[in-house]
Design a protein around this ligand. Structure first.
Ligand code: XMP
Length: 486
């Protein structure tokens, strides 16, 4: 039996083991579509996901990556209230129609109106009566030279331009232009205030044409929870588009049963992981009926020490192959998220060749300006800190938050802490990966993610051949001025 085990040990392929073989293409790289999905419902124009880690994704990262066409998953190394506040911040960052509108009553004074405007940093207040009907609008222009004692009712403009809540972006633009106004009051069918639409928000929308947004024009965001944290799931549910069950070893039947109960109580979609085998897929889909995404990869992350301390590993490329094949075989449409160890667009391209729908990255995004943490200068190099969520430091935060609970697996650390090079803003990283992926898809003869699944062919080279496929026999670039023989 042991001999069989030994003889049957499969190769756990990693990114270094495979290459894409060239295939026929009819598409220029710039025209290759990277459109994909992270869950059954959520489409991404750029298939990149920021990891739920406390040195990677808080509101600022989630906003930046959603604007660039990807999506972020908020980490859970904080209180429920803090995670909810992060989600709310993302949802408030952009909206086609602002639904939390600051209003004022007509019997208040201009002095009070000015205070409202200053405190909330806004330039216009809809005036409403006791029945929530809009009876006027008061803008900065109306109050600029007015006495603080005058009443809102005397200064407000009663010539209102309102629109129905179902107005399209195009019609809103036409109306704002025709009436030369900056704000459009949106009412419901009983003339009650529903929201406000501003020129500024429309302009912002034009600035990020690839952004990942929901049907209200708000940015899409996901949030991580522990597998048994139903309270957190219910608190986050109104403010997030998907909830990710954040577990290192997802093939855990107790965790699956709990995730299944949670999924029945929330409106957000549920993403489950991390998985690394075909058997795990069978158990997940038979336990969590409405699972909407699968996160795969165990032990490949830049900060992972799981494979070192436990000798357990399902490298990301291997896991992607196993999980995507089983999903396919079962005829299911559940996007696979390849997570861990991706260091360049080529690694990402290999996961698409093996059936992934998106790639999750920690280290690449930890180095961005929008990740939490300070920019540091270490030995003359710009760096940002990055640590595993299973590292001693990250676990101690979790332990401090809930001193009465025993941290999972006691004090065993399965992650390390360190620094990653500063990479500029998120948009730079997304652009770099976009160009690299489009080039890789082009070589592989694929014009889309779907074609990559179907067309990409792979090849292996011998360990001796690796040298030839990397830059070789050249000295690194140095300043040659002083050595010129001419
Ligand atoms: P990269 O390579 O993109 O990997 O930085 C990010 C992924 O690594 C996982 N992760 C961990 N794995 N111990 C682990 O074994 C840890 O402490 C740890 N923290 C994060 C996670 O899947 C993440 O998305």
């Amino acid at each position: 039996m042991f001999v069989d085990k030994f003889n049957d040990a499969p190769q756990l392929i990693t990114f270094a083991d495979l290459y894409l073989r060239p295939g026929k293409t009819n598409t220029d790289p710039d025209n290759i579509s990277l459109q994909s999905k992270i869950t059954k419902r959520i489409k991404l124009q750029r298939p990149f996901v920021a990891s739920p880690m406390d040195t990677v994704t808080e509101s600022e990262m989630a906003i930046a990556i959603a604007r660039s066409g990807g999506v972020g998953v908020l980490h859970r190394n904080c209180s429920i209230e803090q995670e909810v506040a992060m989600a709310k911040r993302v949802k408030r960052a952009e909206a086609f129609i602002i639904d939390e509108v600051v209003t004022i009553k007509s019997e208040l004074t201009i002095g009070q109106a000015k205070d409202f405007m200053r405190i909330n940093s806004i330039s216009g207040l809809p005036v409403i009566n006791d029945d929530d009907e809009v009876i006027g609008i008061l803008t900065k222009r109306d109050v600029r030279f007015a006495s603080n004692d005058s009443l809102v009712s005397e200064m407000m403009s009663k010539d209102l331009v309102t629109a129905d809540k179902n107005i399209s972006v195009e019609n809103a633009k036409i109306l704002l232009h025709k009436r030369r106004i900056e704000k459009l009051i949106i009412t419901d069918d009983r003339n009650k205030l529903h929201g406000l639409l501003t020129v500024k928000d429309l302009e912002r929308r034009g600035k990020y044409p690839l952004s990942t947004h929901d049907e209200d024009g708000k940015l899409v965001v996901g949030a991580a929870i522990g597998p048994f944290d139903e309270k957190r799931a219910l608190a986050l549910d109104p403010y997030v588009d998907f909830i990710l069950i954040d577990l290192a070893h997802g093939h855990n039947m107790n965790a699956m049963r709990s995730a299944s109960r949670i999924s029945e109580k929330i409106d957000a979609e549920l993403v489950y992981g991390s998985l690394g085998s075909q058997e795990a897929v069978e158990d997940v889909v038979s336990t969590i009926e409405n699972v909407a995404g699968l996160r795969v990869g165990i032990g490949s992350g830049a900060i992972c020490s799981t494979s070192v301390v436990t000798k357990a590993s399902a490298p990301t490329l291997y896991s992607t192959t196993q999980v995507a094949s089983k999903v396919n075989e079962l005829g299911l449409d559940i996007p696979v998220i390849a997570d861990g160890g991706i260091t360049n667009a080529g690694d990402a391209a290999l996961t698409f060749a093996m059936g992934a729908s998106s790639v999750m990255m920690g280290s690449m995004f930890a180095g961005c300006r929008e990740s939490p943490g300070q920019l540091l200068a270490i030995q003359g190099k710009m760096m940002k800190s990055y640590r595993g969520m299973g590292s001693a430091a990250a676990k101690s935060v979790r332990f401090a938050l809930d001193r009465y609970s025993k941290p999972a697996k006691g004090g065993l650390a399965e992650g390390v802490e360190g620094y990653v090079p500063f990479r500029g803003v998120v948009q730079d990283v997304v652009d770099e990966f976009t160009q690299g992926l489009q080039a890789a898809f082009g070589y592989a003869g694929a014009g889309s993610v779907n074609e990559m699944w179907n067309n990409a062919k792979l090849g292996r080279i011998s360990p001796q051949g690796i040298k030839e496929t990397k830059p070789h026999d050249i000295y690194p670039n140095v300043n040659t001025e002083n050595y010129s023989l001419n």
